[in-house]
Design a protein around this ligand. Structure first.
Ligand SMILES: C[S@@+](CC[C@H](N)C(=O)[O-])C[C@H]1O[C@@H](n2cnc3c(N)ncnc32)[C@H](O)[C@@H]1O
Length: 213
């Protein structure tokens, strides 16, 4: 059990999604062998679907890791992706894989802490994928809303965090702060009268937020 959905359901849904071939398949293998946290299969499939629907010109991603989701985004629709990563080892690998995918003109890796980079960014984005610093989504949110186009979308991953966010009995002591902050994030985006938010119990929990007209 992943704490969010039933094993049989997760297995069934995962099996519906075609396997990635080529570089993306290689990246999945690398991530598995080296315990690099990348978006889950159903999450990446959902993100890909949203990109195909939205056809964004500019995408912001918080959390590059080895570039797996950034490459997926840029391969799904020819947009400009800005992705933020603070771990130099990850940055080096991500750049290498982005070059291998021949997407260096489309994907820009911003090196540093999300908060520092968010403070500096000015140009608007059509879609923002939050996938770094689970304990800080509520801090990133005001900047993300400032940077989001009028009809933009914020997709936040890991919002149910192994089910802990929805169930106190699953919360381990070490994760209490992250869980409390994630609940705060979900509370803000769900109750803000200017926003619509839908939380999807898929993968590690995904929240999709957009502005009301
Ligand atoms: C879950 S991984 C991102 C996975 C990636 N989006 C994918 O699916 O391929 C999160 C990454 O964010 C980075 N990270 C965590 N907190 C950060 C922060 N505050 N600023 C910048 N990067 C951060 C970590 O080093 C890690 O590589």
């Amino acid at each position: 059990m992943n704490g969010i959905t039933f094993d049989y359901m997760e297995e069934y849904l995962r099996n519906l999604i075609p396997e990635n071939q080529g570089l993306l398949g290689e990246l999945e293998e690398y991530a598995k062998e080296n315990r690099v946290p990348i978006a889950q299969k159903e999450t990446i499939n959902f993100l890909r679907t949203m990109i195909a629907i939205k056809k964004p010109k500019r995408v912001l991603e918080l959390g590059t890791a080895i570039g797996y989701s950034a490459i997926t985004i840029a391969q799904t629709f020819p947009c400009e992706v800005t992705t933020v990563e603070r771990n130099p080892e990850m940055v080096e690998l991500a750049k290498k894989y982005i070059e291998e995918a021949k997407l260096q003109d489309k994907i820009k890796v911003e090196v540093g802490d999300c908060m520092d980079i968010l403070e500096k960014l000015q140009e608007p984005f059509d879609l923002i994928f939050m996938d770094a610093g689970k304990g800080h989504y509520n801090h990133f949110l005001p900047h993300c809303l400032r940077l989001l186009n009028r009809d933009g979308i914020i997709i936040a991953d890991n919002v149910l965090f192994r089910g802990m966010v929805a169930n106190d009995q699953l919360v381990s002591k070490r994760k209490i702060t992250i869980v409390k902050r994630m609940r705060k994030y979900l509370d803000i985006v769900s109750k803000d009268p200017n926003l619509y938010t839908s939380v999807i119990p898929m993968g590690d929990g995904i929240a999709v937020t957009t502005r009301r007209e």
